[in-house]
Design a protein around this ligand. Structure first.
Ligand code: FES
Ligand code: FES
Length: 215
């Protein structure tokens, strides 16, 4: 018997054993007519203020904020890249702070103000950060761009509030608007097209310092 034959036999045996064991609960279930019903997911009302508009949703408690925005409110500007907190494509602003919406449950944000890319600005009335991304060519395919722009708006808010980053040399001084600071603060937003330099230029322009971002 070859190794291949042995594998075939043992695989067949495994399948038979698996089929037999799988049928046991089915048979025993048939003999006990009152089997316990499958648990249904809990739904709960959630109030959010999305882009300035109060919204009441009834959601499975396991619904991420990202899915609440995309699947329930049809705000598809917010992108699902990895769904694991690794790419930043799903970044939105919650009560003014940037957050990966795939990593948080909607029910955790009862009453919160959520701003998505649609709420920042619209064609004809762009947010300054959106306009700067366009001017500086801060994107190619555009998939990461809504998250990049929401994150960039959040970054400038953090700098304004004096929140230091990993590369801030003086934790007590107002953070610099250097390219190094911006790159560090934007490092959670991945761009597979590699538009990073132009993104830094766009953010720097909006921040009003050192156009070109070559600090
Ligand atoms: Fe949320 Fe990638 S989709 S971090
Ligand atoms: Fe394509 Fe960033 S513009 S991934």
């Amino acid at each position: 018997m070859t190794t291949h034959d042995a594998f075939q036999i043992s695989r067949r045996g495994l399948l038979k054993a698996g089929a037999a064991s799988a049928s046991v609960p089915a048979l025993s279930g048939a003999s006990t007519a009152a089997a316990a019903p499958a648990a249904t997911p809990a739904a709960t009302p959630v109030n959010l203020v999305v882009n300035g508009r109060p919204r009441l949703l009834v959601l499975d408690t396991r619904t991420s904020l990202l899915d609440a925005l995309r699947e329930h409110l049809h705000l598809t500007g917010t992108k699902k890249g990895c769904d694991h907190g690794q790419c930043g494509a799903c970044t939105v602003l919650v009560d003014g702070r940037r957050i990966n919406s795939c990593l948080t449950l909607a029910v955790m944000h009862e009453g919160a103000a959520v701003t998505t890319i649609e709420g920042l600005g619209q064609p004809g009335n762009l947010h300054p950060m959106q306009a700067a991304f366009v001017r500086h060519d801060g994107y190619q395919c555009g998939y990461c761009t809504p998250g990049q722009i929401c994150s960039a708006v959040g970054v400038l808010g953090e700098i304004e509030q004096g929140i230091p980053s990993h590369v801030s040399s003086d934790l007590t001084a107002r953070p610099l608007l250097s390219a190094a600071e911006l790159r560090e603060r934007m490092s959670g937003n991945i761009c597979r097209c590699g538009a990073y330099s132009n993104i830094v230029d766009a953010i720097t322009e909006v921040a009003g310092a050192n156009p070109g971002g070559k600090a």
